[in-house]
Design a protein around this ligand. Sequence first.
Ligand code: ADP
Ligand code: ZN
Ligand code: ZN
Length: 720
Amino acid sequence: MAHLIPVLVQTPAHSQIGGALTYQSEASLPPGSLVRVPLGRRETLGVVWDGAPERDPALDASRLRPVSAALDGLPPLAPNWRQLVAFAARYYQRAPGEVALAALPPQLRDLSQAQLQRRLRRPPVSRTATASAPDGGASDTKSAADAQALALSPEQQAVMEQLRQGNGTFLLFGATGSGKTEVYLQCVQELLQREPSAQALVMVPEINLTPQLQQRFLARFAPVFGADAVVSLHSGMTNPQRLRSWLAAHLGTARIVLGTRMAVFASMPTLRLIVVDEEHDPSYKQQEGARYSARDLAIYRGQLEHAKVILGSATPSLESWHHSRPRAEGGRYTRLHMPSRVGDQSRLPLVRRVDMNHQPRRAVIAPPLLEAIRQRVAAGEQSLVFLNRRGYAPVLQCGSCDWKSACPHCSAYRVFHKIDRSLRCHHCGFAEPVPRACPQCGNLDIAPVGRGTERLQEHLAELLADLRRPGSQTPDAPLGSPVLVARIDADSTRRAGSLQSQLAQVHSGEVDVLVGTQMVAKGHDFRRITLVAAINADNALFSSDFRAPERLFSLLMQAAGRAGRDAAISGHSEMWIQTFQPRHPLFEALKRHDYPAFAERQLLDRAGAGLPPFSFQALLRAEARTQEAAQAFLDAASTAAQRQLADLPGFDQITLYPAVPMAVQRVANVERTQMLVESPSRKALQTFLTAWHGLLHTVRQGEAGRGLLRWAVDVDPLAI
Ligand code: ADP
Ligand code: ZN
Ligand code: ZN
């Protein structure tokens, strides 16, 4: 007799196919098996799922379509993996099929049985594919140093001991340069040596940081566990590379998986340890499809697998900070602290605030800061000047009429890029050459307003033009060579490999001053930078987003952490902040490198305002050609909830806010609106969202759904 088999397939977003489809099969296929099944007129990859197959009693079992083929030779996906997928789908309000199939390597979908068998026979990881050496300049000496476990500092030892003794989730709160990575390395090593089949998952927020990390892990572990023991998983890899890494993890040959947020779904049957480095980083939150938080799923997965989870950060998310309060006060994570930088004289940089109220008006770089940068250049040291806005100027404006460089497709200005004399919209990508005259009145005098990294680079080069690099005098160039001001941002690093080569230029000492966006504030190890300056730090103080101060603080702390990583020169490293609000508590706390004080204040504010982590939020987003259509959908969704869900348990704990247009309300001619749902109870919110989901489909199909392009629910949104 044929077996009835529930199978998850990739369902189009919001199709009403909620769960698994039922197929029949001669063989009994255990849950987790990968199969190929017919779907409409195509054949598609599916995962045999748990539970009794759903069956329409009216439907004759013999008319169910058969499974086309099972992917032989692949062990089934483990129960814990399936539970992770089921949880993620439920929690983030998506179809399990979408989550499951998105978590598998794309190439698995197209592989024939013969091709798969060949992949399975081949050694799973080829050295060349994964060991793409990052060219970080100093990488040779570094990898030599990385090859052996370092003798731990007392702080590191204490932390290691607590990690050995404890269980569950840990928050490793450690200053930049306190040696968190060394702790991860040694934890992984102890685990892998103790348990011959155990696997560890190490996550970082940015693809750009994976080669650097992979180099460190390979240098340390290839000699001990073999080069195949370490694989990467991130979206910058080719499909064949991803498949190889995935297979190695799934089959257990890979002991260590390094990756970005997508790696949280890696199939790792013997997972025992999860590390989430820079756990506060917003890029752990997926911004489309299933909008999951890889950090939060890592914690869930850790509980499921009885694996330890280490969240590491110098500026933890307020959520993690709150959850790691003392157990007696309700904390659930164990907080571990490493306040000092490794090395004797290695101190955190001195934070200096420049009160811009007392500087010449229109000064971009205040005179005392300029003087400090000049001194660093003269001493042969490097400075990093940080501005979180790329391009030359955010707006171009006509001097005689009121024309500004608005994007015709978005409610935003196009940014002036001088390098190719273009006006580019950073929201929709629309680009045009800069007009010679004002398109509105013909006036020739159109001028940039404000400043981005390109303009800052140009300005600094002018301010430093009279200086010569110390020791650069040669018989051929008796006056010496000019100062080099370089720039690293999303524009300068568009070409593959350009980030690595630009970083190498900084490491080699060719660059005197580096201008950059937050891209350079994160993770990169600049040994010779002794001065970091944030020239326009105030913006975030006035943001309407309640998470803006948290993000600013962590960005500035991270930027400060770039300075003086070399013990020999850290003694006089400095972080300069230009601000009109020098007494702002955020900067006061920053000056003392006092994250706990900052966090405590923020948490008090949040508790007072009933904001996360003291409440739980979700957004319902709608996109339409007109603002009215988008609003109409949200209004109807709200009305439907009030009318039909009022009896739901916990509904009295749900607040539905009115729909409001998003900050940039029109992008690429699409109007965007959102509605906030809030509750002090996570459970009540989840119950509500699940019940609401069905209603949303109904509303979508009714009158109020006319003109709607898309809708989506974002649970635990990061930006509101
Ligand atoms: P974090 O991840 O906390 O920013 P890292 O782990 O990158 O810090 O360590 C900063 C630097 O200190 C690295 O160059 C690392 O090799 C070095 N380091 C870490 N631990 C030790 C140690 N116990 N002894 C000597 N050097 C160490
Ligand atoms: Zn004009
Ligand atoms: Zn645009």
